[in-house]
Every structure is written in structure tokens, then in C-alpha cells.
Write a protein that binds this ligand. Structure first.
Ligand code: NAD
Ligand code: ZN
Length: 345
């Protein structure tokens, strides 16, 4: 089968023919990958940055966001069967640790990640344990199902607080940030402000329904937020940029007693004044990792099935598998929402 691999340490990836993966455990399923989308972490692996060097052991098939069809199941599989239309939670929990046993599988202590710790989804076939498979409602297009994983990140980040009537600041209008824009609106937020620095992404935020988009390199974000909220500051901060500056500005723009939900990954230490930005403001801070298994998958499915959320405004490119390099180039320029590859029919 055709697959995209990190064949050896260093920059870049390669498309090549590899052996079909085999079902090894009784609870494994073999899935034919139909659509797969490129994630920021695939770019880290492509660039071979510090994080990638510490996590990836080549040769390895990369990629983790996908939708597909079950082709074969191990002897003990009961949750899915041949022909099922599925997506996968990409974090594989151990189901044994303290966190897993107490309903918090998203913070499993022995988590394995598809396309990072084991072969991933930029391939015609993938083997995954049935635990992580989610049957998708028929009628949800394959390219949208492929991005249900990052959509789940957006849902998880937004769901820590009831947004009804609240003013919300989203820092960073990447694909997940703009999905959060739509979610905030659907949840009844009274004002959705976005801060973003790239022109393409500013337009993307407006296209997804942001009330106001502010470029913090052109205007003072905190002053602008104060003007828009009668001097109160926003009720909720959704940090989706991974930028230290954006996090600090976001906390400054948050009202006293506000809620901050942090998804962005900064990859380095961040320095901020905890006293003035968190403690004395009485801020509630939520760290968001992955998706809430499997609550967010159910929510994602329902929101897409009902068309309450329109991912046509987020999936900006659908490209043939063989054009994967173009997709990676566009991603690296940030001139896109989600890029989905057509892996097979
Ligand atoms: P992305 O990198 O495509 O989007 C981030 C956006 O933030 C970009 O458009 C960028 O221009 C913007 N930005 C950068 N600096 C900024 C600043 N100072 N002010 C305002 N905007 C700024 O990423 P994405 O795929 O949308 O993901 C969003 C974030 O969530 C990333 O940091 C990603 O690493 C992280 N993430 C975390 C998890 C988790 O489990 N915690 C999962 C997936 C993604
Ligand atoms: Zn666990």
C-alpha cells in the first residue's frame, strides 16, 4: 500500500509502497483510510523539531486524523464490524491506570498516540484497537469526519464553561480556533472576539462568524477588548495559538472571575505574573488535552449530523493523496484551514 513515512531522522517525509499492516491483537481492527487531514503535529514531524526528535522513532507511517471503513476485525472485537464508517480517537488509553479507571481516559498516564508512537493514517490502511473507533453517522461527509478529531479539541476547550450570553475571546484563528468561533456562536455567546496575526487566518475567522477580529500587532488587544465589553473584559478566554504573548494578553483581557481554557501548546516555558493575571483576578484555569473520551465524539457527531456546525468553512482544501507535498507547503505557510487528503475512494 501507499503511505507517507518518516523514513529516517531529519527534515522531510517520503511517500512510498509499504507492507499492509496486520491485525496483531484480538481487539484490533483493520480500517481502509478514505480521507486524512494534516495536523500541526505532522508539520513538527516533517520539520524534525525537538519535539519530533524526542517522540518519533523512524521508520514510521505518520498522520492521525482520518475517516474510513472497517475491513477486518480481530476475534474479540464487538464494537465495530466490517463495513462500518468510522473515525478514531488518536489517543489510545491503557484503560488500566488510575485516570482511565476513573473516567478520565484523555489524561491516561500510559497514552499511546497514532502516527507518533505507532504507525499512523497517511496510508491506505491502518490497524487500530477497537477502543478508539467511533462509528460516524452516515450523512456526515468523509472529509468532515476526517477532521472530527481537531473538532473534538475545539469542543473540549469550549465545553468547560456555559457560553450562553458570555463574551468570549479566542486567541489564534487556526483551524481549531475557527471551529471554536462557530461553537461559541452555536452555544449562544453574546460576543466572539478573535485575535490573530496572519491575514489569511483573520479572513478565515470572519468567514466562520467572528464578530470582531483584532490583530494584536496592529492594535492594543486589551484596550480594544475593554472598549468592546464596556470596560469589563471578556468572560471567557479560549487560548488556541500556543503563543506566550497571546496567552498573557488573553489573561489581561479576561474579566475578574473569568474562565480561561487553554488548548494552545507553546512548546517552551512561559513566563507570566500569576499574582496579577490569575490569583488576584480569581481566574479559573482549565488545561485542555485531547478530547473528552467519548463525550466530545458524541457531541461532534451530533453537531455535524444536524449541520449546526458548517465545516465547509473550515476545510479549505481537499487534495489528492499524491499531492501531499503541496498540502504540507500550504500548511507551513498557514494559508489554509484544514487540508484533507483523498487517500482512497
Ligand atoms: P495553528 O498553528 O494552525 O493555529 C494557531 C494560530 O495562532 C495561527 O493562525 C497563528 O497565526 C495564530 N497566532 C500565533 N501567534 C499569535 C498571537 N500572538 N496572537 C494571536 N494569534 C496568534 O494551530 P491549530 O491546529 O488551530 O491548533 C491550535 C493550537 O492548539 C496549537 O497551539 C496546537 O499546537 C494546539 N493543540 C493542542 C492540543 C491539545 O491536546 N492541547 C491538540 C491539538 C492542537
Ligand atoms: Zn490509562
Amino acid at each position: 500500500m501507499l503511505a507517507i513515512l518518516k523514513t529516517k531522522p531529519g527534515t522531510g517525509l517520503e511517500m512510498k509502497e509499504v507492507e499492509m499492516p496486520e491485525i496483531t491483537g484480538p481487539r484490533d481492527a483493520l480500517v481502509r483510510v478514505k480521507r486524512a487531514s494534516i495536523c500541526g503535529s505532522d508539520i513538527h514531524i516533517y520539520k524534525w523539531d525537538n519535539w519530533a526528535q524526542n517522540h518519533i522513532r523512524p521508520p514510521m507511517v505518520v498522520g492521525h486524523e482520518f475517516s474510513g471503513t472497517v475491513v477486518r476485525t480481530g476475534s474479540a472485537v464487538t464494537r465495530v464490524s466490517k463495513g462500518d464508517y468510522v473515525v478514531a480517537e488518536t489517543h489510545i488509553p491503557c484503560e488500566k491506570c488510575y485516570q482511565c479507571r476513573t473516567g478520565r481516559m484523555h489524561i491516561c498516564r500510559n497514552m499511546k498516540i497514532l502516527g507518533v508512537d505507532r504507525d499512523g493514517a497517511f496510508a491506505e490502511f491502518i490497524v487500530v484497537p477497537e477502543t478508539v473507533l467511533w462509528k460516524v453517522s452516515l450523512g456526515i461527509p468523509e472529509e468532515y469526519a476526517s477532521v472530527m478529531e481537531p473538532f473534538g479539541n475545539a469542543i473540549h476547550t469550549c465545553s468547560v464553561e456555559n457560553l450562553l450570553g458570555k463574551t468570549v475571546l479566542i486567541t489564534g484563528a487556526g483551524p481549531i480556533g475557527v471551529m471554536a468561533v462557530q461553537l461559541a456562536r452555536v452555544s449562544g455567546a453574546s460576543l466572539v472576539i478573535v485575535s490573530e496575526i496572519k491575514p489569511y487566518r483573520k479572513r478565515l475567522a470572519l468567514g466562520n462568524g467572528a464578530d470582531v477580529v483584532i490583530d494584536p500587532t496592529e492594535k492594543n488587544l486589551v484596550e480594544e477588548v475593554m472598549k468592546l465589553t464596556d470596560g469589563d473584559g471578556v468572560d471567557v478566554l479560549l487560548e488556541m495559538s500556543g503563543s506566550e504573548k497571546a496567552l498573557i494578553q488573553g489573561l489581561e483581557a479576561l474579566t475578574k472571575g473569568g474562565v480561561a481554557s487553554i488548548l494552545g501548546v507553546s512548546s517552551k516555558e512561559v513566563s507570566l505574573n500569576i499574582d496579577s493575571l490569575i490569583t488576584f483576578k480569581g481566574i479559573t484555569l482549565h488545561g485542555i488535552t485531547g478530547r473528552d473520551m467519548f463525550k466530545t465524539w458524541r457531541t461532534a457527531d451530533q453537531l455535524l449530523k444536524s449541520k449546526r456546525i458548517d465545516l465547509s468553512k473550515v476545510v479549505t482544501h481537499v487534495i489528492p493523496f499524491k499531492d501531499w507535498k503541496k498540502g504540507f507547503d500550504i500548511m507551513m505557510r498557514g494559508e489554509c484551514g484544514k487540508i484533507v487528503m483523498e487517500i482512497s475512494d
